[in-house]
Design a protein around this ligand. Structure first.
Ligand code: GTP
Ligand code: MG
Length: 370
């Protein structure tokens, strides 16, 4: 149920909290300034004090942000979004670096600085693929917790000399929970102690059965170091994603998810956003979690300025008034007033949740860890 503290209600109306407490007392209710009252009571008080009340329900705020699907005829094919996961040191970074170099083949200059944790490459079959790097898995966990399905595919990197390790298992669980197909990339096969067959049988314990063992999980043995089979990995990704028939409507207000965000000393808040449907333009009013802003600039993964960004494109967005959080959903809204309304509402919800936690969980270790 919707609630508000007496202090907050007083604040919003620029009234004195004691007056509200007095009114409640007349109705036989005893309250302190920090007490929470329900929305109906709050509305009665506000009206009695001569304020116009417009209640913003969660559904009003979130409506149109993600939950209403686009009509089929508006959908157009989009690039797959692929998250690379795996145990530390199994070669995730190296694989990403190597894949970016394959971009040189398609005419894009090498030596690209990776400004953001998401970028696009072109597969040998001609399709674009968007990769997301999720260091430490934190971003991925946050996204999953918020129910935002950002990735279409997971590439699980397993080093052939080390086999299945704790974070490999964690990654498998993430992929399963997100219900996305997985491609197993058995890396470091150039090493003399590489044992790709052991990787395959070890994976069986976690209900990952690769194709060569009769299962339906695609696998590829490769080396990020020598570049062996990297083109095959890109082909597998493109083939797998064609089966998924990925589509989005590019002609609507943009929606997406914050992949990562930071406060840059020179540029202010910078959010790396994956556009999921619609097209984001400079000048748009954009909301992410409890932050909003007017898009001042859009930068590609190569650092070039863009006028707009369509579905499956990762972009750096400049112009937020505050720094949003990884996993926050992003949506373009019609105007600043709407952006303020949504972010005020969300900040309020956030404060209330924090207050409830502080009030309820005094000294509990479990609370401190959540
Ligand atoms: P991040 O989690 O993103 O940091 O990547 P990672 O920790 O999974 O692995 P990273 O790419 O940093 O590689 C770890 C080490 O493995 C580095 O010394 C790499 O040079 C080495 N390495 C990566 N891929 C290969 C490979 O295919 N063959 C060999 N021989 N070494 C590799
Ligand atoms: Mg590394």
């Amino acid at each position: 149920p919707e609630t508000i503290t007496i202090a907050d209600l007083a604040n919003r109306m620029s009234e004195r909290a004691v007056d509200i407490i007095r009114m409640l007392m007349k109705q036989g209710q005893m309250h302190k300034i920090t007490d929470v009252i329900d929305a109906d009571t709050a509305q009665l008080i506000a009206e009695e004090l001569g304020h116009a009340v417009r209640r913003v329900a969660e559904s009003d705020v979130e409506e149109g942000l993600f939950d209403i699907p686009d009509a089929d005829e508006l959908l157009q094919p989009r690039a797959p979004v692929v998250t690379i996961m795996g145990h530390v040191d199994h070669g995730k970074t190296s694989l990403l670096d190597a894949l970016r170099k394959t971009n040189v083949v398609s005419g894009e200059a090498g030596g690209i600085t990776q400004h953001i944790g998401a970028y696009q490459v072109v597969s040998p079959l001609g399709g674009k693929i968007t990769f997301i790097d999720t260091p430490g898995h934190a971003a991925f966990t946050a996204m999953r917790a918020r129910g935002a399905k950002v990735t279409d595919l997971v590439v699980l990197v397993v080093a052939a000399n080390d086999s299945v390790m704790p974070q490999t298992i964690e990654a498998i669980n993430h992929a399963k929970a997100a219900k996305v197909p997985m491609i197993v990339a058995i890396n470091k096969i150039d090493l003399p102690d590489a044992r790709p067959e052991k990787v395959k049988t070890d994976l069986l314990q976690y209900e990952v059965q690769v194709e060569s063992l009769g299962g339906d999980v695609l696998e590829i043995e490769l080396s990020a170091k020598t570049g062996q089979n990297l083109d095959k990995l890109l082909e597998l990704i493109q083939l797998q994603s064609e089966l998924l028939d990925l589509k989005a409507n590019p002609d609507r207000l943009a929606e997406g998810t914050v992949i990562e965000a930071k406060l840059d000393r020179g540029r202010g808040p910078v959010a790396t956003v994956l556009i999921q449907r619609g097209t984001l333009h400079t000048g748009d009013i954009v909301v992410a979690g409890s932050e909003w802003g007017r898009v001042r600039a859009l930068l590609s993964d190569k650092g070039t300025q863009l006028a707009d960004a369509g579905p499956s494109t990762p972009v750096e967005v400049l112009g937020f008034n505050g720094t949003p959080e990884a996993g926050d959903r992003v949506a373009v809204v019609e105007n600043e007033a709407r952006a303020r309304e949504i972010t005020d509402y969300r900040s309020h919800q956030k404060r209330e949740k924090q207050a409830a936690r502080v009030g309820a969980g005094r000294g509990s270790l479990a609370d401190m860890m959540t």
